[in-house]
Design a protein around this ligand. Structure first.
Ligand code: FAD
Length: 463
């Protein structure tokens, strides 16, 4: 009899799970049908692109970097045209006290930057002499070593001034998070590994430079990020239903019984829950409370994305580069700005300047209270002061994400272990979780989590 593997959620995690499962099941003699259910009218989840007056507005992610094998596989399958970021995107800026400062990727040049005092620079330069944090139990929280916040890590290695200047912008750019609460080992495992391996971040970075390791360039589809899930959906070799929300999941003998918003009931032999964390926790709260309880603890703060299009005349005022991260010193309402049209010039319409501003996040919950035009007004005024724009933007596009990016706070590694252990010891039909709240928020990590979920379910269905 045909079995059914249901994937709930058509974001990158769900798509990766469904494609991987279908591929593996097709290569086996198993008679299993894959069905993907998505609550919204289109696929992509946070990968959302809107077009207006020829401009491409990325409401969620705008690019990927160093794609994992699983993300690469999805991109290849989609067949969409991919652009590589312009060389000028290597230039990055830090905005402090209303001024832009160019950042160097060379660790020693970074220390020459004029926004650090001589004392702070001397302390930072001593980083290679600061012994690595070690424990007889291991160097990672999962090995029994106490977790350390991103800010504490930077303060310990480079001094409190560097921590205050760089740690917040660093975590803003990826997590829109609070460096005092985020776990270094969970958010930046490569830095933790670098310290363990080289005893120092500066030594580790110098070693990478010596080996000729270059920072990879960002990439994105020519027609916007959502062209990937759109193309995948159009050619999927399995069934996809959109506009269908799963409202309940209950174990029923050897199956999962799913209640759908359409009023239907559906039976699944295996289930992948690839929804955002809060949705997953809610769906599983009755049948798997030990799985849902830790997931409920993961916070995902509000984030606003304000896209502004300036005329060709204004474009020359902004320096060429990727954009700027803003120091959290009370002088700015912005987390960061990406110069979209510098990163991907092919997407610029008539030489216009496209700036994408991030506002809110864990450190600025007050931004969630502002209306769209207030957020846009703050962004426009700050960019006017920073770049001297004499005109207002010709187009403004504001997106709100009430629960944008899950925060990997102190204890996150233990939390995910608890979730895994609770799933392994539960006596329910086959179930797996996928999504950005487990082992990485990037598109790459999210795609990997989907493929891993597919593998674990296929192992159960066709051992
Ligand atoms: C503003 C922003 C910028 C970002 N920038 C980048 C970037 O530049 N690069 C990068 O790598 N990453 C970036 N990220 C992170 C990345 O986009 C996300 O981590 C990733 O897309 C999450 O994918 P997902 O599949 O886990 O979840 P989602 O994309 O949230 O997908 C989950 C899906 O589940 C559906 N769903 C929920 N509940 C149900 C239900 N009950 N029944 C059916 N369906 C349901 C939802 O509708 C949704 O489509 C960014 C994120 C944001 C918010």
């Amino acid at each position: 009899m045909t079995q059914t593997l249901v994937v709930i959620g058509g974001g990158i995690a769900g798509l990766s799970c469904a494609f991987s499962a279908h591929e593996r099941l097709s290569a086996s003699s198993a008679d299993v049908r894959v069905l993907l259910l998505e609550a919204e009218s289109e696929l992509g989840g946070r990968v959302r692109t809107r077009e207006s007056a020829g401009h491409i507005f990325e409401e969620g992610p705008n690019a990927y970097i160093r794609p994992s094998a699983e993300l690469s596989s999805l991109i290849e399958r989609s067949g969409v045209e991919i652009l590589t970021a312009d060389d000028s995107a290597k230039r990055r800026f830090l905005s402090k006290g209303g001024e832009l400062h160019e950042l160097s990727t060379h660790p020693l040049k970074l220390l020459k930057s004029k926004f650090l005092s001589t004392t702070a620079k001397l302390r930072a330069a001593a980083e290679p002499t600061i012994g690595a944090r070690r424990s007889e139990h291991g160097n990672h929280p999962s090995e029994g070593w106490g977790d350390e916040s991103v800010e504490a890590f930077f303060a310990r290695r480079f001094g409190p001034k560097v921590a205050a200047t760089f740690a917040a912008p660093l975590v803003s750019g990826i997590y829109a998070g609070d460096p005092k609460r985020l776990s270094l080992a969970s958010c930046f495992p490569r830095l933790a590994q670098m310290e363990a391996q080289h005893g120092s971040i500066i030594k580790g970075m110098m070693a990478l430079r010596k080996e000729g390791v270059k920072i990879p360039m960002m990439q994105a589809p020519a027609q916007g990020m959502q062209s990937i899930p759109r193309a995948l959906g159009a050619n999927a070799p399995f069934e996809i239903r959109t506009n269908v929300s799963v409202t309940g999941v209950t174990p029923s003998g050897t199956n999962w019984s799913l209640s759908l918003s359409s009023g239907e009931e559906l039976l699944a032999d295996a289930l992948c829950v690839a929804t955002p964390n809060r949705h997953a926790a809610s769906l599983l709260s009755a049948s798997l409370p030990s799985v849902s309880a830790p997931i409920f603890k993961i916070r995902s703060p509000h984030l606003a994305v304000v896209s502004l299009i300036y005329s060709r005349e204004q474009a020359a005022l902004a320096p060429l580069g990727f954009g700027a991260l803003h120091v959290h010193d009370g002088s700015s309402d912005l987390l960061g700005v990406i110069h979209e049209s510098h990163v991907f010039p092919a997407r610029s319409v008539d030489g216009s300047l496209h700036m994408r501003v991030m506002m809110g996040g864990a450190t600025r919950p007050d931004m969630a209270e502002l209306a769209d035009d207030q957020l846009a007004g703050l962004a426009i005024e700050e960019l006017r002061k920073l770049h001297g724009f004499s005109e207002k933007p010709a187009h403004t596009h504001v997106t709100r994400w009430p629960e944008a990016i899950p925060q990997y706070e102190l204890g996150h590694s233990r939390l995910t272990q608890d979730v895994r252990a609770a799933i392994e010891t539960s006596e329910v039909p086959p179930i797996a979780l996928a999504g950005n709240y487990l082992t990485g928020v990037s598109l790459s990590d999210t795609a990997t989590s989907g493929a891993e979920a597919a593998n674990s379910l296929c192992d159960r269905l066709c051992p």
